[in-house]
Design a binder for this molecule. Structure first.
Ligand code: SF4
Length: 233
């Protein structure tokens, strides 16, 4: 099987709970959403990159293995647009894999649930303008989180917040997760301030307030995109 892979490279994870881990990033082409803060807009093009087989991808991954390798990062675009390809690739792969997904495709997610170790679900806010029907997107994100937790996958959620994001919106998302997600007591929710951080000058108190709101319900962390400080991809 072949698909479009935008890029394959080794770097340091700069977001979320695997922050600082050496990973091999496999960036798939195409995305079904259109977020206004997207930092990889070029990867939304479904034809970007090379059209390669799972064997070719395996070879590229093997060439990038380093002694400090922690895991693969399956990212995009939206990697679950390639779920059948991912399934074939992961069935022959022995390295732990982190799936970075927007959570909008629970049916595709269910095809590879037994093949991933970690998952990051990026929850969209209404102001991200990702889709016109935001409520149904949120329902699918919650369904995806439930599937991951039921399968015992080490899962965390990520909320990219903008300086204009309302505290009440963050509060609403956290409370919705608690209502709709089973066994949520240890679920981390990472508040990720949009880059660049210069946009947050004199607005840091807002991040503290958001953290306090989420902390009433979930295991909250505030983590910016650290790879941008390290000047790595
Ligand atoms: S889901 Fe991710 S890749 Fe797709 S548009 Fe949003 S930020 Fe960009």
């Amino acid at each position: 099987m072949k698909t479009h892979v935008s890029e394959v490279f080794s770097s340091i994870q700069g977001e979320g709970k695997l922050l600082g881990r050496r990973q091999i990033f496999i960036r798939f082409s195409g995305c079904n959403l259109n977020c206004n803060y997207c930092d990889t807009p070029e990867s939304r093009d479904p034809d970007r990159g090379e059209y390669i087989s799972t064997d070719e991808l395996q070879g590229r991954v093997e060439n990038l293995i380093t002694p400090d390798l922690h895991s693969l990062a399956l990212t995009g675009g939206e990697p679950l647009l390639h779920s059948d390809y991912l399934k074939e690739f992961l069935q022959n792969n022995s390295i732990d894999a982190l799936l970075e997904t927007n959570g909008s495709l629970p049916d595709e997610l269910s095809k590879i649930l037994d093949l991933i170790r970690y998952a990051s679900v990026d929850i969209k806010l209404p102001e991200h303008e990702a889709v016109p029907r935001w409520n149904s997107l949120l329902d699918n994100e919650l369904k995806s989180i439930n599937l991951l937790i039921e399968e015992g996958i080490n899962t965390y959620c990520k909320l990219v917040v903008l300086p204009s994001t309302k505290i009440d919106t963050v509060d609403f998302i956290a409370s919705k997760i608690v209502q709709e997600v089973e066994n949520n007591s240890k679920l981390p929710l990472i508040i990720q301030p949009e880059s660049p951080l210069t946009n947050w000058q004199s607005k840091q108190d807002k991040l503290l307030e958001m953290s306090e709101k989420v902390g009433r319900y979930l295991d909250v962390l505030v983590i910016p995109q650290v790879h941008k400080f390290l000047n790595v991809r």
